[in-house]
Design a protein around this ligand. Structure first.
Ligand SMILES: Nc1ncnc2c1ncn2[C@@H]1O[C@H](COP(=O)(O)OP(=O)(O)O)[C@@H](O)[C@H]1O
Ligand SMILES: [Mg+2]
Length: 236
């Protein structure tokens, strides 16, 4: 990494946590409004369930918080960093250093093994020796260590989903954003995923936001926010 790649906040990888905040965030896909002044604030060590019907804007809001989408209005903050004003390259770097994201439709690299996928963020951060052991420990915590050396493209959907959760946690980020992380899992494996996610929040004081339709999943989390038509409502 060169000096110009550095974030204003680089090197300040903390485990003390930082608040995640969306203020009046709006976003449209072409002519489709997906977020209308969405609002969210999650404190370090706090976990939140983001609920609501299909199409209500949950994934879009998560992508704005992750710095993948840039909102057309409003603000996204991670601690004292204004995420939406960073360049795309700095947002990617911030995501790598401080966030773990589980995507709704999965995004493991199919040619790599599960262990290689899970080790990737820590490796990209230059923590090579820790990456391998961390990956195996996290895969074991999620009950998929037996298939750690299979390629991601050759395991079941449920195994890939658990590996995606392991990858989001293994580099111990400040913020974990998980989009329906238990969608293809049975109850026991869904509970294992929720235990792994909430254990890390408790241990590191991270922020955890989980998109889910499932009230059993939401019951693992501190607070619930509902979305309807691109708007957030507290206390659902
Ligand atoms: N890539 C896209 N292109 C166009 N419209 C999209 C795209 N992704 C989502 N949308 C639309 O934006 C709205 C919000 O979608 P989304 O954030 O995926 O909702 P949810 O995750 O709650 O199901 C929906 O109307 C959806 O159809
Ligand atoms: Mg979605």
């Amino acid at each position: 990494m060169t000096a110009t790649d550095r974030l204003p906040v680089s090197g300040r990888h903390t485990t003390s946590g930082a608040q995640v905040r969306a203020r009046e965030v709006s976003f449209s896909y072409a002519d489709t409004p997906a977020l209308r002044s969405a609002h969210l604030a999650v404190a370090p060590g706090e976990s939140l369930a983001l609920m609501g019907p299909s199409g209500s804007g949950k994934s879009t809001l998560l992508h704005c918080l992750a710095g993948i989408l840039a909102p057309e209005a409003g603000e996204v903050w991670l601690g004292d960093v204004r995420v939406d004003e960073l360049s795309e390259r700095h947002r990617s770097r911030l995501r790598l250093e401080r966030m773990g994201v589980v995507f709704q439709h999965g995004d493991l690299v199919p040619e790599l093994t599960l262990a290689e996928n899970v080790a990737l963020p820590a490796q990209l951060l230059g923590r090579r020796s820790a990456a391998r052991t961390g990956a195996m420990e996290m895969l074991a915590a999620l009950g998929v260590d037996a298939v750690a050396h299979r390629r991601a493209g050759e395991v079941s959907g449920g195994q890939a989903q658990r590996a995606a959760v392991a990858r989001a946690l293994a580099h111990r980020p400040d913020v974990v954003l998980a989009d329906e992380p238990t969608g293809s899992l049975d109850t026991a494996n869904g509970d294992a995923v929720m235990q792994a996610l909430t254990a890390q929040v408790a241990e590191l004081g991270s922020v955890l936001i989980v998109v889910t339709h499932d009230h059993r999943v939401a019951s693992h989390l501190d607070r619930h926010v509902s979305m309807v038509d691109g708007r957030t409502t507290e206390g659902a």
